[in-house]
Write a protein that binds this ligand. Sequence first.
Ligand SMILES: Cc1cc2nc3c(=O)[nH]c(=O)nc-3n(C[C@H](O)[C@H](O)[C@H](O)COP(=O)(O)O)c2cc1C
Length: 362
Amino acid sequence: MLRFITAGESHGLGITAILDGMPAGVEVSDEELSFELSRRRKGYGRGKRANIEDDQVMITSGVSDGKTTGAPICVVIPNKDHVNWKGRYVPILAPRPGHADFAGMVKYGFDDCRPVAERASARETAGRVACGYFAKKLLEKEGIKVLSWVVQIGPISAELPPADKRMLSEREAERLFELAEASEVRCPDFAASERMKNLIDEAREKGDTLGGVFEVAVLNAPPGLGSYVQWDRRLDARLAAAVMSIQGIKGLEFGMGFKLSEVPGSKAHDPISIPNRPSNRAGGIEGGMSNGEIIFIRAAMKPIPTLQTPLSSVNVKTKEECRAHAERSDVCAVGSAAVVAESMVALVVADALLEVRGGDRW
Ligand SMILES: Cc1cc2nc3c(=O)[nH]c(=O)nc-3n(C[C@H](O)[C@H](O)[C@H](O)COP(=O)(O)O)c2cc1C
């Protein structure tokens, strides 16, 4: 079983992630891991924090001589921003709407929301991306790739080949991914990327924020990952939980998703033929198992909740109405969330692969 946990606060000493269940014999490198982390960090719309951190990682266990050993892998990612916060305690007295602040403060009995904000922060996703890197390396050995790109920021949508084509062709998915990697908003449509960047600038000027939609594609997954025999073994359920667990993700579809509900069965399902099916409306999963087609997920992220022109809130000490707490923050992080989603998807797919193949060594 491949599982991981993370520890660490946004402005604490660092983020630690422990990945357990990784087989021995997978080649890994610090440089590649740092590169994966840099993909999460960058992007138009990210705040100044992204420039402070360099995510210089330390792999403290589970890797020897450039290969995994089968032992738990521990990765430590120091927070460079920690020095700016050391010895300073900035309370959050006006909970930010859309954040964990209010409910977390009530739940854990704090007098202000700072301890909640520190752990609820998506800085934690650096740990997920670190673990996802190892899962990707395992999948790579089987020729399985996990790719993502952004299709929408706020109301601006990319003009891309129709969804059914995107879900059908591996070459098309690779092309979209390469284009996305060259775009500052990780969108394969460069004209749309420019409009998205302008929109992000406008939002920043207004003290506002943006969300959006991204897609994740898994190429070359063999049929039979996951299972129909028990609810919690279904691959779609596991992938949905993994992607929905990312901070700010509010909607998720497989394949044609909600659109499938609008059409008759004859136009919803994918005829079976050799060597390939003519369509992939199911998004590569039927009966809770991969079916050999591209696994295709679309996810929606809500706008970032920390606004520089904040919504109303209430001071938790005085009970007076006021503006919500504001601090340095991203304006838009959809491209980064897509990279985090790649990692979460890779971890689930690798776990499902290990169930089928056994997992001592690879
Ligand atoms: C990569 C990434 C970066 C984020 N950056 C910020 C940020 O700078 N400021 C912020 O308020 N929220 C940020 N968020 C979003 C919040 O973490 C998220 O909206 C919050 O946890 C509440 O979401 P939830 O209701 O889904 O838990 C980011 C999310 C991700 C995935």
